[in-house]
Design a protein around this ligand. Structure first.
Ligand SMILES: [Zn+2]
Length: 335
């Protein structure tokens, strides 16, 4: 687990204990992972993302985090069933990533520390989904049950759609990971009218024999709910779904992404799911249930909260988010 390395596996409560132990630990962990420990030690940056007063650092110093709702499906839970309001207004804030024209010229193709590694990025939803409601409402088999092929995703109150957000972050990540030599594949690049369906999204990662897959999302929760969370696959063995072999590596991937996301953005974990850990385990997502390779989702923030929305609509912030996720992936792939 751990934000500190593959062999360090503290119980969740230890991550947020403040005081000498955490400070000493922070002095020892690799620099790339310091962000998380520092966040835990100081109780959050307090300015952005997951308000410190209700998130991990503030509440966990004296005891374990409050009983987590992480493993239940909370109300307003995102993702494959999250907000379904299509974006009908112009994406004025989208500011397409200049990074989208990749690969980067800074490193010759086929070189770098991630040479030979395959990363699949799954930009959640599709900007065209809202025009294809019949197609995306079709039920697909996710092993445990059936579920809609795909959803439209949510949007900010000003109409910046989650689908535009996820594509922009994916483009930025692709550039960053290709710079390090990884082979990067996107499940969709606004190059198809809708979808793909969640079962196909999983199969794309499986067929690519990806070393890591990350599905990019932003949440559509209530005002005041802030911060990111990483969704990990729970153990499922039903029908076409068998996640047992990927639960542990996916947790490792997710923890490294969470730690690097904090460090890169300066924003804290969700104040409304995950008990302040920024980690939530779910067994109801087809994109995870059907994966045979290490995979997580990340909800980068809450589009329906004005403070989080201000971050999510900022190109500079999306670059930080992409860097945090990419560095988490790179850390996982380097072992
Ligand atoms: Zn989503």
């Amino acid at each position: 687990m751990s934000y500190t390395g593959p062999d360090f596996d503290p119980p969740p409560s230890r991550r947020f204990r403040r005081g000498p132990l955490t400070v000493a630990l922070a002095a020892l962990v690799p620099g790339a992972l310091l962000g998380w420990a520092v966040y835990a030690a100081v109780g959050g940056s307090g300015d952005d993302g997951g308000d410190a007063s209700t998130s991990a650092g503030a509440s966990a110093s004296a005891s374990s985090p409050a009983p987590s709702s992480a493993d239940a499906s909370p109300p307003d839970e995102p993702d494959e069933s999250d907000g379904k309001k299509p974006s009908t207004s112009p994406d004025s804030a989208s500011g397409s990533a200049s990074a989208s024209s990749s690969p980067s010229a800074s490193a010759p193709a086929g070189t770098g520390p991630l040479k030979g590694k395959v990363v699949v990025i799954d930009p959640g939803h599709n900007p065209g989904n809202f025009r294809h409601t019949a197609e995306i409402n079709r039920q697909v088999d996710i092993g445990t049950n059936s579920k809609e092929c795909d959803t439209t995703g949510t949007s900010t109150n000003d109409g910046f759609s989650e689908a535009k957000f996820t594509l922009d972050v994916a483009h930025r990540m692709r550039a960053l990971l290709e710079e390090q030599g990884a082979t990067v594949k996107l499940t969709q690049d606004d190059d198809r009218p809708f979808g793909p369906c969640i079962d196909e999204r999983a199969r794309i990662g499986n067929k690519a024999k990806a070393d890591a897959v990350v599905s990019i999302h932003a949440d559509g929760s209530g005002t005041g709910n802030r911060g990111f969370h990483v969704i990990l696959p729970g153990p499922v063995n039903s029908g076409a779904a068998d996640t047992r072999a990927i639960v542990e590596p996916s947790r490792e991937l997710g923890e490294r992404i969470a730690g690097n996301f904090v460090r890169a953005t300066g924003n804290g974990p969700s104040n409304y799911v995950g008990g302040g850990t920024g980690l939530v385990t779910r067994k109801d997502l087809g994109g995870l249930n059907l994966s045979t390779v290490p995979k997580v989702f990340i909800e980068c923030g809450n589009m329906r909260d004005s403070k989080d929305a201000a971050l999510l609509t900022s190109g500079a912030w999306r670059q930080k988010a992409a860097r945090g996720i990419s560095e988490g992936i790179a850390s996982f792939l380097r072992g």
